[in-house]
Design a protein around this ligand. Structure first.
Ligand code: AMP
Length: 404
């Protein structure tokens, strides 16, 4: 192939501790050119699932680290005749989980920005170090392509102080940057804007509750396009019940487990982040499996599902009060887009508040944004598939466009 087949597109990278998700797409046309996932990096069982223009390849074999994973991905492109380093790629957009107090705009990555992302790693020890490894690995192999960091916290930077401040000794909070930052911001922003588009309304007129329900889960209250509250806090541990995370929990549990059970801080961190949530309560973090077990009458799965719903409904109620008037409630991410039962159960019995789901509309499976409330429902309920890659690609492109 002699033309530049990815000319003008953006490579979006989401690096986890042992995984690397990527997509090559055109932000303007929304065309996805390539999509892939490298998993179990650092183990002998690594594999890469790589999709390029309609055909998929699976590569199995050890990948020592993220550098090896990126090199293997670039070879997969090369096998299709694409030299990624020399095909007119406009930018690389890196998802970075925590921007701390320093970053709240998409930011061109240079040495100073890289150092600052490293400095704030203690705020997100499970995420930012992995994001940095991804940045370094891609930069080493594609040094000439501008790299942009897009922060998951950015959308929530201007949360009202009442929502972002913990009731903690103010000097301690200030010294250690302890505040509520919020996460999944790229998704909450993308979805809330899409709602305005779908409804043909001005974003600034709409009050929305956005439920991002995936393996990680968060909710936000968005007034006129600006978030006024969100469920995640200093870290992505706070708020809703998640696949493996506790969500809200009394901080006193930490003292109890340390003093009485003799657990170390690292043990408790792992317990709360990896062994709790749905998985901790019933052994499953895949929501499909939880629902199947609920259906089969399994008691621990039923309780886990009830705890999950109880937390969701508590926050929906809180955000209705905070917003005063709600125009739209919108479901997104793996569970929100696919689990009709969760949508129905989370808004059941709220007709008195003007919220009514239409059972037939709710049952429709579709990749498109759609309204699932009844014609009479005062509040419009929607399902809007999120597209964080597209949002990241667009933001990366804007930054590159502004670069002199
Ligand atoms: P995400 O983190 O957005 O990729 O979402 C992952 C979660 O979505 C997992 O818990 C999946 O079990 C869940 N999920 C995906 N498809 C379905 C489905 N059809 N019904 C229920 N949950 C689903």
């Amino acid at each position: 192939m002699s033309e530049a087949p990815i000319d003008g597109s953006v490579l979006v990278v989401n690096a986890g501790s042992s995984s690397l998700k990527y997509q090559v797409l055109h932000p303007a046309t929304e065309e996805v050119i390539a999509d892939g996932l490298a998993e179990q990096i650092g183990e002998s069982t690594s594999r890469i699932k790589h999709w390029y223009r309609g055909h998929e390849v699976v590569l199995e074999g050890p990948l020592a680290d993220h550098d090896a994973a990126i090199a293997a991905v670039l070879e997969l492109f090369a096998a299709d005749g694409v030299d990624v380093a020399d095909s007119g790629l406009a930018a690389v957009g890196h998802r970075v989980v925590h921007g701390g107090r320093s970053f709240f705009e998409p930011t061109l990555i240079d040495d100073a920005v890289r150092s600052e992302i490293e400095r704030i790693c203690p705020l997100a020890p499970l995420h930012n170090p992995a994001n940095l490894v991804g940045i370094d690995a891609v930069t080493a192999l594609l040094p000439a392509v501008p790299a942009v960091a897009i922060f998951d916290t950015a959308f929530f930077h201007d949360l009202p102080a009442a929502a972002s401040t913990y009731a903690l000794d103010a000097a301690v909070a200030d010294e250690y940057a302890v505040r509520r930052y919020g996460f999944h911001g790229t998704s909450h922003e993308y979805v809330s804007r899409k709602v305005a588009e779908v409804l043909g309304r001005d974003l600034t007129e709409l009050n929305q509750i956005v439920l991002h329900l995936g393996n990680g889960a968060s909710m936000s209250a968005v007034a006129g396009g600006k978030p006024i509250d969100t469920t995640m806090g200093m870290t992505p541990l706070e708020g809703l019940v998640m696949g493996t995370r506790t969500g809200d929990i009394d901080a006193g549990v930490v003292f109890q487990l340390a003093r009485v059970a003799g657990m170390s801080i690292d043990d408790i961190d792992t317990l709360f982040n990896k062994r709790s949530g749905l998985k901790g309560m019933c052994g499953e973090n895949d929501f499909r499996a939880v629902l199947q077990r609920v259906e089969a009458g399994d008691e621990s799965a039923k309780l886990a599902y009830e705890v999950y719903l109880h937390r969701l409904r508590r926050y929906i109620g809180a955000y209705m009060i905070e917003l005063g008037r709600v125009d739209a409630i919108v479901f997104t991410a793996g569970v929100g887009e696919n689990a009709a039962q969760v949508r129905a159960d989370s808004l059941a019995g709220l007709a008195g508040y003007g919220i009514e789901i239409d059972a037939d509309r709710n049952a429709i499976r579709s990749p498109d944004p759609r309204v699932i409330s009844t014609a009479d429902s005062k509040v419009t309920v929607l399902v809007v598939p999120t597209n964080e890659e597209l949002a990241i690609a667009r933001q990366a492109m804007e930054v590159v466009g502004q670069t002199p």
